[in-house]
Design a protein around this ligand. Structure first.
Ligand code: DP6
Length: 324
């Protein structure tokens, strides 16, 4: 009978961004990044043996039972070649079918390479173990390192809720703060410039010089805030300022690259303005950040969730709490 294994992994959102690589082939980052793990936004991967298929006959298909996932041929090639790398590493032979799905709509511009590559790495490891071809257990750090080779940001999905990634090292710092997450979905179409491409293009920007230092300085300031056992309003506001300048730094690099590119649209700006007004009028608000896309991510303190509905009224929002 054909062996079949399953695994899942969460997505993550970077507060200090991974943008720019010191090694393209090994996905080593130019600067350290810090993320919060999004346990509710997950990818599920199933790996099944294709008995009778010839060696090298690996294929990808959507996993049924979830919102149907579409992968571009580039996307499925990247997925299959990461699997091929893991097979080679663990001496896994035979042909397999990889099935994957996200537990959120795949057309909402959130499709996450972090959760997919982390889940694939876990599932491939389960298959190699089931066939006695991988060590019975591997340190999380090592699985994260292997996953990084497929897609950099996926290495941060192995630690929760906080993850710090610096060069070859990935760890889960024990910051006491627990946050809620919401994302305002403002566009549903696919990206024109992938993040892998963005990592290379930003190096053409005249603003790229000093990027590493700016990111590291923000990281140090933010980690100080996150280490506080009792976060006061002043520290929360300072955190917001750090996240705000960090994502604008990244988007400014995009816009000043040659050729230039960008992800923000009118609706992104409308959301950002609305949230800025909340801060201005009430002296409080969410932490705000953006990835290489037009959607706006919010991180909130637990007690802010009830207010968030009014901040976000009229927008399409995916949140990790139930509205009462
Ligand atoms: C903007 O991990 O998708 O989301 O390593 O080339 O696969 P590759 O890139 P990827 O880059 C993510 C960049 C980002 C910021 C971040 O998550 O830190």
């Amino acid at each position: 009978m054909a062996l079949k294994v399953q695994a899942s992994a969460p997505s993550n959102i970077a507060l200090i961004k991974y943008m720019g690589k010191s090694s393209i082939s090994a996905n080593l980052p130019a600067n350290s990044s810090l993320s919060y793990t999004l346990e509710n936004l997950r990818t599920f991967v199933e790996v099944e043996e294709r008995l009778g298929a010839s060696e090298g006959g690996d294929i990808w298909e959507p996993l049924s039972g979830w919102p149907p996932l579409e992968l571009s041929s580039k996307g499925s090639d990247k997925f299959l070649s990461h699997f091929a790398r893991l097979k080679e590493m663990w001496g896994l032979t035979g042909a397999y079918v990889l099935r994957s799905a996200n537990n959120f709509p795949s057309d909402c511009g959130l499709a996450s390479s972090a959760s997919s590559f982390a889940a694939l790495t876990r599932a491939a490891f389960e298959m190699a173990r089931a066939k006695n071809q991988a060590p019975l257990s591997l340190p999380t750090q090592e699985l994260a390192r292997l996953s990084r080779l497929g897609s950099g940001s996926s290495c941060r999905s192995f630690f929760s809720p906080w993850c710090l990634w610096s060069g070859e090292t990935v760890s889960g710092p024990p910051f006491p703060l627990r946050l809620r997450h919401a994302v305002v979905v403002v566009e549903e179409s696919k990206k024109e410039v992938s993040s892998s491409e963005a990592h290379q293009r930003v190096q053409t920007s005249l603003l790229y010089e000093g990027r590493e230092r700016r990111a590291e300085m923000r990281l140090q300031r933010l980690m100080k805030i996150l280490s506080l056992s009792d976060l006061n309003q002043r520290a929360w506001r300072e955190g917001m300022e750090i996240l705000w300048s960090e994502f604008w730094d990244m988007h400014a690099l995009f816009e000043t690259s040659e050729p230039s590119f960008g992800y923000l649209n009118e609706r992104s700006l409308r959301v950002l303005n609305r949230l800025r007004t909340v801060w201005r009028e009430t002296g409080d608000g969410p932490w705000i950040t953006m990835d290489a896309g037009p959607n706006v991510h919010l991180l909130l303190r637990q007690e802010q969730t009830s207010k968030a509905s009014s901040w976000l009224s009229g927008f399409q929002v995916l949140r990790d709490w139930n509205e009462s």
